[in-house]
Design a protein around this ligand. Structure first.
Ligand SMILES: [Zn+2]
Length: 252
């Protein structure tokens, strides 16, 4: 069910135990070979597939294409909300939906820079509504829901998300090959950080001159198909857990 297609009386009439999912992505540089809208295109496709599978059991808001991408602003074309602005934006959206009576709100994320603000937004919102015992506020990132694409398809080399990498380039190759630039000209860039496991403040240009992290030359459209299959299935399985929640208890 798409929120944007409903009238306000229809929203008033909806069962408020239906999960409302806010897909959150970005508009930022993705190396020399992929378009700025990569994260929004990829999450949009994961959502399209999951929505087909889940039918009227989930309400989807429009995808929020503006993300926290300040670490990419040294590259032309990136549009970004600063981390605190973005946190407030997500908090406002959660408050809007809780105000309309919804009790299960999910931030479904498709961009690395949104992970911390999304987690903080649901945490802060839960503190704000601490007197409620009927709310489920969740932040989830589609590639961190447990899927192991490199196990499902052993031709996939990369085992975690990079940036404009084997995974993302493969998915764009599957979705819209005409949007992929010259892969032969790309060089592999390390995805590691020197001070792991510490969390290091970073900007993209100090890690990568072209802007990507990983090895885009390994990308194929066939890998992209496999990646979409596992990620969409993971999102469906996760949202089925949200649908099945009993509305009250803390169960692990
Ligand atoms: Zn990306």
């Amino acid at each position: 069910m798409l929120l944007e297609e409903l009238s306000w009386p229809a929203v008033t009439a909806i069962a408020k135990d239906l999960p409302v999912v806010i897909p959150i992505a970005a508009m930022e540089q993705h190396g020399r070979h992929l378009p700025l809208f990569t994260d929004s295109m990829l999450l949009g496709e994961v959502v399209r597939r999951a929505a087909l599978a889940l039918g009227d059991h989930v309400v989807w808001t429009p995808l929020l294409w503006l993300g926290n991408s300040h670490h990419h602003l040294d590259f032309a074309g990136t549009l970004s909300a600063a981390p605190r602005t973005y946190l407030d934006l997500l908090r406002d959206l959660i408050d809007n939906l809780v105000g309309h009576g919804f009790r299960r709100v999910v931030l479904l994320n498709g961009h690395g820079g949104n992970i911390v603000p999304a987690q903080q937004a649901v945490f802060e919102a839960r503190q704000h509504y601490h007197e409620r015992d009927d709310l489920l506020l969740l932040a989830a990132t589609y590639w961190l829901l447990g899927a192991k694409p490199d196990v499902v398809d052993p031709t996939i080399v990369q085992n975690r998300m990079g940036h404009a990498c084997e995974w993302e380039t493969s998915m764009i190759l599957h979705l819209r090959p005409s949007s992929v630039g010259d892969l032969i000209a790309t060089e592999p860039v390390s995805m590691g950080m020197p001070f792991e496991p510490a969390s290091q403040g970073w900007i993209t240009k100090e890690r990568s001159e072209p802007g990507h992290l990983g090895d885009p030359r390994r990308a194929t459209a066939q890998k992209g198909q496999a990646l979409f299959d596992v990620f969409a299935q993971d999102v469906v399985t996760f949202l089925e857990r949200v649908i099945a929640w009993d509305g009250r208890s803390w169960k692990v």
